[in-house]
Structures are given as C-alpha cells and as structure tokens.
Design a protein around this ligand. Structure first.
Ligand SMILES: [Zn+2]
Length: 277
C-alpha cells in the first residue's frame, strides 16, 4: 500500500495535459494520490476544470480568476464564474490572490479581482484559493493579502458564520516569511506547500511547515509548474506531490504513513465535498 497523498492544487485543466490525461490521472492514483483539486484561473480554464473532474469522481474543481488574468475578465465572464461556483463539483473559489512579482495585471485590477473572489467564497461557503507572490526577499503582496483578508472579514465573524469551523481560505504554494505564515495560521487558514519550497529564496518554508497545525496542512504540485527535485523539469504531475509530502513529514518529524492519513483528513475538512465518494 502506498502512502496516502492529496494534491490540493494541480492544473489538469492545462493544455499540456490534453494528450495523456488518462495516464497522468492513473499514475497519480497508483502513486497513492486520493484527491486532486483542479483550479481554474480564468473562464476557459474554469470550464475545463469542470469537464476534467466530470470524468473522475475523486477529482474536485475550483473556479475563479487568477491575479495574472485580473484585468482580462469582463463583467459577463464573471457572471458565468459565479454560476459555476454553485456547482457541487466545485469545492473552492480560485485560484485568485495577488502577484507583485510578475504584475501581469495592474495592481488596482488585482485588488478588485481578489475582492470579488473573496466575496464569492463567503457567499458560497467554499474556501478561496490564494496565490500570493512578491519578488524574492520582499513581502508587499503578502502584507496586502493579509490586509484584504481582514477587510473582507476572513479573520472574524463573517468567515465564522459562513464556514463554521472550516478554513475560509487556503494559502496555495506557500511563499513568504515565517511571521506571515503565523499570521494566516492564526486566522484559521489552511496552508498548502508545493515544489516551490525547494527553490532558492524560499528557505523560510521549512520553518513555516513546522508551525501549521496538521488539520490545516496541505501539499500540492501546482502541476504543470513548480517541479520539485526528482520530477521532470518540463512538466510536473500530481504523482510528484510525494516528494513535497516527504519533505514536509521529515521536517515535522512525522512518520510518512501517519502524515499521509493527516493529509486526507485535512483535505476533507477544508473542502466541502457533497458528492463525496
Ligand atoms: Zn495554480
């Protein structure tokens, strides 16, 4: 029996999986992956996420708009996303967030986009999936994100009313200083770690992964991106989440099997899965 695994963020809706999706999903299953969340980043990819998860009943979708696409989504497109967000196969809103590293959309558009995604998360009681990147060594995006979460009520009554005890948001592909990790943990958010932790400049992730409580700790690939060492550089796949899970378990001093059980429990406690199978 392989160690149990989840991939809380894998873009199987990306074009680069069109040719061999069956093999990729099958390979993940053989490697022990029991849950994969497929997030959208714009309208087309959100629709494709729904198509993909319709083919395997153990996959889940998220719909939303990424900060890179913030300036490219028309009002009518947003209405379509709002409708899809109510679908039972959709267990989260996103991915959304802020990115001051690449700044593919102007900052004011990123803020507007983040706010409407957060509002949709509260309205649907489905957690927001948050991308947050600053330039290496800087933290402006992380500080802005925390301020936006507080302004939207994610640290208080609004989130408690909508989500009960569940996390109102997931910090996806954690990047940032340790005190930022402590801040989002104190707000009750879930934190997900990807192959990014192995990159230069991301050394604080090793301390961050030790302070996230087990019931709020997730791992992910962000496939096809962010290959960890040992995975093909060209295209990451959900099965390689095992590498990041082993890293996390080692730093926490957890036995891998027990850590895997915790991952599945944390996933199910984070994402509402009314169709759970
Ligand atoms: Zn992503």
């Amino acid at each position: 029996m392989p160690v149990r695994l989840v991939d809380s963020h894998g873009h199987l809706n990306a074009d680069r999986f069109d040719g061999d999706l069956e093999q990729v999903v099958g390979g993940a299953r053989l490697a022990g992956v029991e849950r994969i969340l497929v997030p959208g980043w714009n309208v087309r990819s959100s629709e494709r996420a729904l198509e993909v998860v319709g083919r395997w009943d153990w996959l889940d979708a998220a719909v939303g708009v990424h900060p890179h696409d913030a300036a490219k989504v028309a009002a009518a497109d947003w209405t379509v996303i709002e409708a899809w967000a109510r679908d039972d196969r959709v267990v989260a809103i996103g991915e959304t967030g802020l990115d001051s590293d690449r700044m593919f959309s102007p900052w004011p558009d990123q803020l507007d986009n983040l706010r409407r995604n957060l509002a949709l998360a509260l309205a649907t009681a489905k957690p927001a999936i948050l991308h947050c990147r600053s330039r290496v060594g800087e933290r402006d995006a992380q500080d802005a994100l925390v301020a936006e979460l507080r302004a939207a009520g994610f640290d208080g009554a609004a989130a408690r009313d909508a989500f009960g005890g569940r996390p109102p948001a997931v910090i996806h592909s954690f990047s940032g200083p340790v005190d930022y990790a402590a801040e989002v943990v104190a707000m009750g958010l879930a934190v997900s770690f990807s192959g990014l932790v192995f990159r230069r400049g991301e050394e604080a992730s090793a301390d961050a992964v030790r302070l996230v409580p087990a019931h709020h700790l997730l791992v992910e690939t962000d496939a096809p991106f962010l290959s960890p060492p040992g995975a093909p550089r060209g295209r990451n796949q959900p099965e390689f989440v095992a590498i990041t899970a082993r890293w996390a378990a080692g730093l926490r001093g957890d036995e891998e099997g027990g850590f895997g059980d915790h991952l599945v429990t944390a996933y199910d406690a984070t994402f509402p899965r009314p169709l759970a199978r």
